[in-house]
Design a protein around this ligand. Structure first.
Ligand code: GLN
Length: 387
């Protein structure tokens, strides 16, 4: 590390970490979380669910595969910043079109290297995801007291509705490729001759692209609607299935629009599938409650048990809120639990094709054990078609 630190991370409790800044300069206030994935930093940074969060990576080598537009989960990085063990290295990857530092600089995202990320991760685990300010100044001038005060004054994610901010402005038809566990990118799904694709409406609360690709690859024609779309607007597309996406912020803060919209849809006989924020909002619409977790789950190696089959899936995770399984009403079954802490990871409505999971079956990055959930959704639509 050079002599004078050029980046500074101030926690609301007064703890300060110094390091070398890279990417954009300036300062940003956010919640700090740690992510344990070994690869996929670009997908993580562009996952819209990371709005108002800074990610510290526990894996030490971040940046060494560069960046490529193919790996963007959204048009821009959404995470407010990143903290890494050491400065990103020169990329060594035939797919790379740019390096991480330049990419972050052009897109206004602050990075800090040279940090003891193990110590930082322990601090997050002990005190819960802290409110922080990350500052990068090439001159190394920091007003520490002011940074700590700003972190302390920030209200945090509880009660914060961010889904409608990161959602698309207008509805559109997904036509940007496919992805499937068996075929990888961009191979057309094989559908029986003459069979029409399923009409799926996907509500965009901050949807990752690989979710939309995965839906399309199971034979769906996906129409994406903005977060604030009403039930009437959804039903005007005559959907055969409705998908509720992942997204940032507090699920309970979407009560003004998403939850009542989902309740109206639940009165119809429609397959509904939700992921992450979509799972939490579906639970709220069914009458359950959500809670803020201590430090959440962020990584690509989280074991989850399917209670009904006993099978364990290794999953990709990114959430700081969770459904309180004690509050699931009669007729709603818990289907999956985290083997790390027993928290709720899935639900289904008994005798109806309505289900959701807390984790990310589309991976990006992560293991692909859970892709079967997209097939389950397609199967539910096929059954509905068959009458
Ligand atoms: N990935 C997501 O959809 C995250 C959902 C929600 N914002 C949470 O942190 O729990």
């Amino acid at each position: 590390m050079a002599d004078k630190p050029t980046a500074c991370l101030a926690l609301a409790d007064g703890t300060v970490f110094f390091g070398q800044g890279f990417g954009a300069t300036g300062e940003v206030v956010a919640e700090l979380v740690f992510n344990t994935a070994m690869t996929g930093y670009q997908e993580i940074m562009t996952d819209p669910s990371y709005a108002s969060q800074i990610v510290t990576f526990t894996f030490p080598h971040i940046g060494n595969t560069g960046v490529t537009p193919e790996d963007d989960e959204a048009p821009e990085p959404v995470a407010s910043g990143i903290i890494v063990k050491w400065d990103p290295t020169e990329p060594s990857n035939w797919r790379a079109t740019s390096d991480l530092v330049e990419w972050m600089e052009r897109r206004g995202r602050i990075g800090m290297g040279g940090v003891d990320t193990r110590r930082l991760t322990r601090a997050i685990r002990l005190q819960g995801a802290p409110h922080v300010v990350l500052a990068h100044d090439p001159e190394g001038n920091f007003d520490i007291a002011a940074l700590v005060a700003r972190a302390r004054d920030w209200k945090g994610l509880v009660g914060l509705d961010l889904a409608k901010d990161v959602s698309c402005a207008q509805s559109y038809r997904w036509d940007q490729g496919l992805w499937s566990w068996e075929k990888g990118f961009d191979e057309a799904p094989e559908r029986p001759q003459g069979e029409k694709p399923f009409r799926v409406v996907a509500l965009d609360y901050g949807a990752k692209r690989n979710i939309l690709r995965s839906l399309a690859s199971t034979g769906a024609e996906v129409t994406v609607l903005p977060a604030t779309a009403t039930a009437e607007e959804v039903l005007a597309h005559d959907p055969e299935g409705v998908f509720l996406s992942n997204g940032p912020g507090d699920p309970a803060a979407t009560g003004a629009y998403a939850v009542p919209m989902i309740q109206t849809l639940l009165a119809r006989d429609l397959p509904i599938f939700g992921i992450c924020l979509g799972h939490q909002m579906l639970a709220l619409a069914l009458g359950a409650k959500t809670i803020k977790m201590n430090h959440g789950h962020h990584g690509a190696n989280h074991p989850v048990k399917d209670i009904e089959t006993g099978k364990v899936e290794i999953t990709s995770m990114n959430h700081g809120f969770a459904v309180d399984s004690q509050t699931l009403p009669a007729g709603v079954k818990e289907t999956h639990v985290s083997l790390f802490d027993g928290s709720n990871c899935g639900l289904r409505v008994e005798d109806r094709p309505v289900f959701s999971v807390q984790y990310h079956p589309e991976a990006a990055p992560g293991p692909q054990d859970s892709f079967y959930l997209f097939e389950r959704f397609a199967e539910a639509m096929a059954q509905r078609r068959a009458g």
